[in-house]
Write a protein that binds this ligand. Structure first.
Ligand SMILES: NC(=O)c1ccc[n+]([C@@H]2O[C@H](COP(=O)([O-])OP(=O)(O)OC[C@H]3O[C@@H](n4cnc5c(N)ncnc54)[C@H](O)[C@@H]3O)[C@@H](O)[C@H]2O)c1
Length: 328
């Protein structure tokens, strides 16, 4: 439990959207720990078990400087009310429908939460003294770019290959408009497969560990040579918090690890850290899947002092330890 900080030492009041989720809860925890006040908003949707989100909120609610609004960022009056009630100095916008494959099945809920929701937040900043707005995009905007590693100025991001990626690109563009029209400082973050304790149960690192411990089948899409840039949540959160602190006008940053792991290597690591034999079944590649994600993080290193240092093997070890203690 963090010590109570006298009011005069509170640094900022930061609105964290998607605070019940994986990354939002880590970012909020880091901000609270250093003395910021956090107003969290989340609609607690059931994309994955709501009980996981409630557990995340329970951790945060121990902090005296945490206030929670349970509601939807698509609700314009709710969003305006949040800004009316608290003097929000910064916005860390993480609320979204996440995931590539489900966005193909139901693109409408993605457009609503990701595009309209972001627009509501941007519009609510107009005429207020918000110092910096961090909007979370995704590495999926790079689609099947062949310019490896991906750089922020890659024009392949104009050609997203899933509804999810298209909504994320739309939020980047919309945020630029608010920067241009109203001088809003915006940092766009493109995360690369973030994993670790409290991780998302629909993502590969979680599914691999879960199947390993339960003896379930792991579906390997493709021949295992696809490569991913996996980013440990601790490294990511440090970079994200630095992006909240540093206003640069309008900038886009990759936050990845910068090295890649093939699917076959990832499965070997899962076998090693869990100590279990894996049951693997090969399936064809899925629509919307990409061959490789790989971040060039030199811009984030330069402007955000970003320094990812956790290998996938070490990060998965930490993740498995958390999983063992909380989920087994
Ligand atoms: N985890 C990753 O590897 C990754 C990769 C790329 C991008 N991102 C982006 O990072 C952000 C956080 O992702 P995460 O992995 O923590 O996902 P998450 O699903 O755990 O968190 C998102 C949270 O937003 C909330 N939310 C969704 N729609 C909402 C709405 N309309 N109003 C209020 N709250 C809403 C959800 O209930 C959830 O708690 C998202 O914007 C996601 O697109 C994540």
């Amino acid at each position: 439990m963090v010590d109570q900080t006298p009011t005069e030492l509170i640094m900022n009041t930061i609105l964290v959207t998607g605070v019940g989720g994986f990354i939002g809860s880590h970012v909020a925890e880091a901000l609270l720990s250093r003395g910021d006040a956090v107003v969290g908003v989340d609609n607690m949707n059931d994309y994955y078990p709501v009980s996981f989100k409630r557990e995340n909120l329970q951790l945060l609610s121990r902090h005296p400087r945490f206030a929670m609004v349970e509601g939807d960022i698509c609700d314009r009056s709710l969003v305006r009310d949040i800004f009316d009630r608290g003097s929000i100095s910064h916005v860390a916008h993480l609320a979204a429908r996440a995931g590539v494959r489900p966005s193909i099945a139901d693109p409408y809920i993605y457009e609503e939460a990701n595009v309209q929701g972001t627009l509501n937040l941007l519009q609510a900043t107009v005429g207020r003294s918000v110092q910096n707005f961090v909007v979370t995009s995704s590495s999926s905007v790079y689609g099947n770019s062949t310019a490896i590693p991906f750089r922020e100025d890659d024009s392949a991001t104009d050609r997203p290959i899933s509804p999810y990626a298209a909504t994320k690109k739309a939020t980047e563009v919309m945020a630029f408009t608010y920067h241009k029209l109203y001088g809003l400082n915006v940092n766009v973050i493109r995360p690369f497969t973030v994993y670790g304790p409290r991780g998302r149960p629909d993502m590969a690192p979680w599914l691999f560990i879960q199947s390993a411990v339960r003896g379930g089948t792991i579906y390997k899409f493709g021949d295992g040579t696809t490569r991913r840039d996996y980013t440990f949540i601790g490294d990511f959160t440090t970079g994200f918090v630095n992006a909240i602190d540093r206003a640069h006008g309008y900038e886009i940053f990759n936050l990845g690890n910068s090295s890649t792991v093939s699917l076959n290597e990832a499965l070997e690591i899962v076998r090693d850290v869990t100590g279990r034999e894996l049951v693997i079944e090969q399936r064809p590649m899925q629509p919307g899947d990409v061959e490789i994600t790989n971040a060039d993080v030199s811009k984030a290193r330069r402007l955000l002092d970003y320094n990812p240092s956790t290998s996938f093997r070490d990060g998965m070890g930490t993740f498995f330890e958390w999983y063992r203690q909380t989920r087994m």
